[in-house]
Design a binder for this molecule. Structure first.
Ligand SMILES: Nc1ncnc2c1ncn2[C@@H]1O[C@H](COP(=O)(O)OP(=O)(O)OP(=O)(O)O)[C@@H](O)[C@H]1O
Ligand SMILES: [Mg+2]
Length: 254
């Protein structure tokens, strides 16, 4: 079963929007995806209308006390199962250290036989700390949203370097999917330019054909704590995320 980490060390690129709508689009395909929120700010948790008032009922419980993921998972009103984040996750992460045993903790939990029954989507906050490293080690596929800023492309370059360091340890290839987000469709030249600049930092073949356009509905849907298919099913944002999932499925997502 696929384990997808959504990650760009640069903040504000649309990572949570992408994780939210990938989970929703996968659920619409009839699968039962599991979301994991690894950002202490809990944006994905909120977007699903879920709250974890106590740290031990969140992914903090998993990292700090070895709680099984199944014990902290909650079902959202849209039917997606989510392991929620909690503000204490920042402190928990800082205390964990970065030994191989620590950075592979999520990998071991998710890859136990029968641990998951559908695709997993992990939302990472900014940076490449121990929580993001857990996602990198756990996943079998990376989705890297890249908005139009130079710093977002630099973040994509950082991901490439991290993967290059990781692959020899994992003794395998980690497929990456770089997705242009917040694209200005009115300007083909600007989008082509963003693609060319991104291709200076990451393999061109890893840049998705599907692009996520700048969309008021996408911005409003996150604020309204709804995925785009519930908030504005006929919008460009809904079309773009369905196209992205189709492309990932074409690339082997199961
Ligand atoms: N395609 C889009 N069109 C318009 N607004 C968008 C789009 N994608 C994301 N946004 C908005 O941009 C902001 C950042 O998006 P989001 O929270 O998904 O990014 P992030 O990478 O997870 O940020 P953070 O680093 O804070 O976790 C939000 O206000 C969101 O609504
Ligand atoms: Mg986020």
């Amino acid at each position: 079963m696929a384990i997808i980490a959504v990650l760009n060390p640069h903040p504000g690129v649309g990572a949570t929007t992408t994780a939210l709508n990938l989970l929703a689009a996968i659920a619409r395909r009839g699968q039962r995806p599991l979301g994991i929120d690894l950002d202490p700010r809990g944006d994905l948790t909120r977007a699903f209308g879920i709250r974890a008032p106590l740290a031990e009922d969140s992914v903090c419980g998993f990292f700090a006390h070895g709680q099984p993921l199944g014990d902290i998972a909650q079902i959202s009103r849209s039917g997606v199962v989510l392991c929620p984040a909690h503000a204490d996750l920042a402190a928990v992460g800082a205390r964990l250290g970065k030994g191989i045993d620590v950075v592979t903790r999520l990998r071991r939990a998710l890859r136990k036989p029968n641990a998951v029954t559908g695709p997993v989507v992990i939302d990472c906050g900014p940076g490449l700390g121990v929580l993001a490293l857990n996602a990198l080690f756990a996943c079998d596929r990376l989705v890297v949203p890249v908005s139009g800023e130079e710093a977002a492309r630099d973040g994509a370059g950082q991901v490439e370097r991290a993967v290059a360091a990781l692959e020899p340890v994992l003794k395998g290839k980690l497929p990456r999917h770089y997705v242009l987000t917040r694209c200005d469709v009115g300007s083909v030249a600007a989008t082509d330019d963003a693609t060319e600049r991104l291709a200076e930092r990451v393999p061109r073949a890893a840049i998705c054909a599907a692009r996520i356009r700048e969309s008021d509905e996408l911005a409003a849907s996150l604020a309204a704590e709804l995925d785009i298919f519930r908030h504005a099913p006929e919008s460009a944002g809904a079309d773009d995320y369905l196209a992205l999932v189709d492309e990932l499925v074409g690339a082997g997502l199961t």
